[in-house]
Design a protein around this ligand. Structure first.
Ligand SMILES: [Zn+2]
Length: 126
């Protein structure tokens, strides 16, 4: 599928931002496990983003490591030109879905099947 280069760039920026955020969130989680947080080097907005991100991760039941891997995989699909296609069925992933979850490897149909247990999630099983 030939995505518009401008759109691809936008997704790429989102993916890179997400990657940074995840890396930061995970290192913050590690730090918080070790010491009480009186960290004034981190600004409030940052912390808000991080705690939001954590909630999001937990509510999705997805570990940061798992999501980080999805982000890496999406970036590599972007390099090989298959970004935007469902890795399972090859169908185009909808623009809105990519907009919200640019790292998703599946179209909505396959995602639902995975959630219903009708389809094994190879990314998760691997
Ligand atoms: Zn699919």
């Amino acid at each position: 599928m030939a995505l518009n280069p401008q759109i691809t760039r936008r997704y790429q920026e989102k993916l890179l931002a997400q990657k940074q955020l995840l890396e930061k969130t995970m290192s913050a989680a590690v730090v918080q496990g070790r010491e009480t947080v009186t960290d004034d080097t981190q600004d409030v907005a940052d912390q808000a983003v991080i705690s939001y991100q954590k909630e999001l991760l937990f509510s999705q039941g997805t570990s940061g490591h798992h999501q980080l891997r999805l982000v890496h995989e999406a970036l590599s699909r972007m390099r090989d030109g298959s970004f935007g296609e469902c890795v399972h069925c090859g169908e185009e992933i909808g623009g809105k879905r990519l907009e919200a979850l640019p790292w998703t490897p599946y179209c909505i149909v396959c995602q639902e099947k995975i959630e219903n247990g009708e389809l094994e999630d190879p990314a998760r099983a691997a």
